[in-house]
Design a protein around this ligand. Sequence first.
Ligand SMILES: *[C@@H]1O[C@H](CO)[C@@H](O)[C@H](O)[C@H]1NC(C)=O
Length: 242
Amino acid sequence: MGLKSVWLVVVFLFLGVAVAKNVNRLNVWPMPKWVSRGHNRVYMSLDFQLVTDGSKYIDGSEILKDGFTRMLDVVKVAHVVDGDISSVDKSHIIKGIHVLIFSPDDQLQYGVAESYKLLVPSPEMPDYVHLEAQTVYGALHGLQTFSQLCHFNFTTRLIEVHMVPWTIIDQPRFSYRGLLIDTSRHYQPVPMIKKVIDSMAYAKLNVLHWHIVDIQSFPLEIPSFSKAVGWGLFSFRAVHLF
Ligand SMILES: *[C@@H]1O[C@H](CO)[C@@H](O)[C@H](O)[C@H]1NC(C)=O
């Protein structure tokens, strides 16, 4: 073997180590407070269910249900998930996620409890994922984290969760995790603003500082926050409705 080929072998070994390291890297963002994981693999059932038995939270405004649907969209993206699940050992199929929320309250305000605990699979119900949180907003973060553990396999055409069992205990390191967009100086179309808001949810940000107008008054009338318009007006004749 010439010197050149020795170098090639060294380079390939190095690349091999780098790739192997990549496979074991934790692909969860932002980094949860506490994580442990195993070496097994489970498969998501084709009709993955949301179960909320035992929750104090009723989900009257369907915040959790919508969050669950968004999670499935993020996991499936545009893939055709039509693999042969019947060929998979039943003990490796996850039928759904059991979400346990301790507070019935869905008031969203700064400082709301955002912590959650995620177990894949649930030790008590091994064919379910277990997610528990103080509030529905913590549960939404947990769903976001779960979506990041799921992978579409192009060979089996199924959604897989690698490195189970997972235990993730998480809470924010900073209570204010914000992004500022300034549409008063730099025009952004509405679909773009919606994308920014979606991406904030992926990254578990919780404050959108939206610089809507560049004057000292606040003339924007938002029907769902009707009080806001009274606070900073020049006059009630100087109101914008969008
Ligand atoms: C996809 O599934 C096949 C068959 O089970 C497996 O050999 C392969 O490692 C999987 N691919 C990924 C990226 O996990």
